[in-house]
Ligand binder design. Structure first.
Ligand code: ADP
Length: 469
């Protein structure tokens, strides 16, 4: 594996002040060194971003869009390098890593075509009132380790097209895809428009506090999101927080189990369950529990668990040791409190592997049901009364997303309308088109990404109120 990753600061690729070790979760061993930026480099990046901002902001949407299109094309040229790096640092199977790269390219290509138009609020012979949207300035994108490239792309593309400049700060355990994006962007974007800083969990707070940063776009855990909110308070920074979730799938009594089981299984185990929007609990009418558990168990037993670089792997490792140990602890507790119908046993090998695990008959207050466990583990909970099941779905500090499974979409809509979440899917889960806004209710987040709202989050409204006499 190459060892020459560099930071992109002020248009130049530079070494870090020190280094970070990057572990391959499929082996548990260090496979690469990444640069680690220090505070002085963070200050340099913020200063360079501030210099670049007025020039970038003064370009029109069409010109900025053309840069994004060139960037999308440049990523595509390196697509296989990006995919391999994602598999090595994150663990996901190579074909899923290729999917992440393709989705990231499509985000840049999509936003390259978008723009926010001024809105006319009132127009008469005497007056005209319009709302314009102008960019905020320097955006810090602080990202987690589950989708290192995609979660950066969904911030970077709308932030840049609306005229902001952006500093990316990836999670310390998955810095390489972001660094490679810096390398690719260095020859495409003007100096300072996009920069990369990698850290050991110390620069996120600096960026969130810094008066030179106008907006923090954060995706990560709810406890860290609270810290970002606190750090941003002093300067009244704008922010977008995409935080944790404990998404429920609610199966209605008219659902066809054989049809829905594969969708529920993939909604729970994609990326080894390390998705803020993964299905993390299922509520099923009591009479259908056996059928759903049998179908899910069959899918779980067919999983091919292993190194994502090996052709045919369907479930890669958990991304890091801390998370691996956490998921194991949830499974150990679930074994005491309920019945494991598939998985649960340790997977041989050095990597951080967890087999897809289906659990039934847990008490509703079990930690696996109540907390965000972020692994390929799914508790199946029986219900007798739909109102009580809806209450269970809503009995969470989180409110990211949920899904309703039914043979009757109208009935699905009626139940969806009672669920306290940012997104409720009916007969699907994890569908996130670029033109549809997405974000959390309750403690799952503040603000929206994607859609027009997601672009607006990176701008400030300005009302221009004109008397025409
Ligand atoms: P996890 O707990 O799942 O490892 P976090 O939500 O803490 O992940 O991390 C998400 C991102 O937030 C990472 O890039 C991490 O470095 C960053 N981060 C960690 N602590 C802070 C902080 N106090 N302020 C801002 N960002 C932080």
């Amino acid at each position: 594996m190459r060892m020459d990753y560099q930071l992109l600061i002020g248009g130049t690729l530079v070494p870090g002040a020190s280094t970070l070790e990057v572990v391959n979760p499929a082996t548990g061993r260090v496979f690469a060194q990444a640069p680690r930026a220090d505070e002085a480099q963070a200050e340099q990046a913020i200063a360079a971003a501030r210099r670049a901002f007025p020039v970038w902001a003064a370009l029109g949407y069409a010109e900025r869009g053309a840069f994004l299109e060139r960037l999308a094309a440049a990523i595509e040229v390196r697509a296989e390098d990006f995919a391999r790096i994602l598999t090595l640092e994150q663990g996901k199977p190579l074909d899923q890593a290729r999917g992440e790269v393709a989705a990231s390219v499509s985000a840049f290509a999509y936003y390259a075509q978008q723009q926010l138009e001024p809105r006319v609020l009132r127009e008469t012979a005497q007056e005209r009132i319009v709302e314009q949207r102008y960019p905020l300035g320097v955006v810090a994108a602080i990202t987690p380790w589950n989708y290192p490239l995609l979660l950066l792309a969904v911030k970077m593309a709308p932030a840049l097209v609306t005229g902001n400049v952006l500093i990316a700060k990836p999670a310390p355990s998955t810095p390489l895809a972001t660094l490679l994006l810096g390398e690719v962007a260095a020859s495409v974007l003007p100096a300072g428009v996009f920069q990369t800083l990698t850290d050991a969990n110390d620069l996120g707070a600096l960026l969130s506090r810094h008066p030179g940063v106008a907006h923090v776009s954060f995706t990560g855990s709810t406890p860290t999101g609270r810290k970002v909110l606190a750090s941003a308070a002093d300067t009244l920074k704008r922010f977008t927080l995409e935080l944790g979730g404990n998404d429920a799938a609610l199966v209605l009594d008219d659902a066809d189990i054989a049809t829905i089981a594969p969708h529920i299984y993939s909604g729970a185990t994609t990326n080894s369950g390390q998705v803020c929007l993964a299905i993390k609990r299922v509520y099923v009418p009591r009479g259908k529990v056996d059928a759903l558990c049998d179908a899910l168990a069959e899918l779980a037993r067919a999983a091919v668990i292993g190194d994502g670089m090996v052709q045919g792997t369907t479930i890669g490792p958990i991304q890091n040791r801390t998370q691996f140990e956490k998921v194991q602890a949830y499974i150990a507790e679930a074994r005491e409190q309920g019945t494991i119908v598939a998985g649960g046993a340790p997977v041989p090998g050095e990597g951080f592997f967890i087999a897809p695990t289906i659990v039934r008959d847990l008490p509703d207050d079990a930690r696996l049901v109540r907390e965000e466990q972020f692994g390929p583990v799914l508790p199946v909970q029986a219900y007798d009364d739909l109102d009580a099941a809806v209450a269970q779905v809503n009995a969470s500090e989180y409110g990211l997303a949920a899904s309703i499974w039914t043979g009757d979409a109208e009935r699905g809509l009626a139940v969806a309308s009672r669920v306290e979440c940012g997104t409720v899917w009916v007969n699907r889960h994890l569908d996130l088109p670029w033109d549809v806004p997405f974000g959390g209710a309750k403690q799952s987040g503040i603000g929206r990404q994607q859609g027009v709202e997601g672009m607006e989050d990176f701008t400030q409204p300005r009302i221009v109120n004109m008397a025409l006499v």
